[in-house]
Design a protein around this ligand. Structure first.
Ligand code: ZN
Length: 122
C-alpha cells in the first residue's frame, strides 16, 4: 500500500513525466532498453497526461500513414494492444534474463565444485 502510494506520487511528478515523454519516440520505434520500456509502460498506465502525449505521437507517426492508405484507426485499441505487447515482451525478456542468470550461476557453482574436488583429491 505504501509502495503503491509512492508510485502514484512519482507518476504525478512533472520531472518524471518529462523523462517519460522524452522516451516516446524510442517507444514508438521500438528502440527502448528493457529498463526504459519497463519504466515507460509502468508510468503510462498510471499517468493520463503522458498517455495523451503517447496517443498524439502515435497518431502522428502511425495514424497519418494509415489514413493515407485509407485504413481506419482505433487509436485507443491500437495503443492498448501495443502497451500489452510491450508488457509481454518485458515479462519474456525478464524471464529469459533470469534463466540466463541461473545458468551462469550454476556454471559458477560447478566450476567451484570442480576446483574444490581437484583440491581435495590432489
Ligand atoms: Zn506522466
Amino acid at each position: 500500500m505504501v509502495k503503491y502510494k509512492a508510485m502514484e506520487k512519482q507518476a504525478a511528478d512533472p520531472k518524471s513525466c518529462k523523462e517519460i515523454q522524452a522516451l516516446i519516440p524510442g517507444y514508438l520505434n521500438g528502440s527502448l532498453s528493457l529498463k526504459e520500456a519497463r519504466r515507460f509502460t509502468g508510468h503510462i498506465k498510471k499517468c493520463a497526461g503522458c498517455r495523451d502525449e503517447v496517443e498524439i505521437s502515435y497518431l502522428l507517426a502511425e495514424g497519418l500513414q494509415r489514413a493515407e492508405k485509407g485504413e481506419t484507426i482505433d487509436l485507443h485499441a491500437d495503443l492498448e494492444e501495443m502497451l500489452g505487447k510491450t508488457e509481454d515482451a518485458i515479462i519474456h525478456l525478464t524471464q529469459f534474463r533470469t534463466a540466463v542468470y541461473m545458468v551462469e550461476l550454476t556454471a559458477v557453482f560447478v566450476l567451484i565444485a570442480c576446483v574444490l574436488i581437484l583440491y581435495i583429491y590432489k
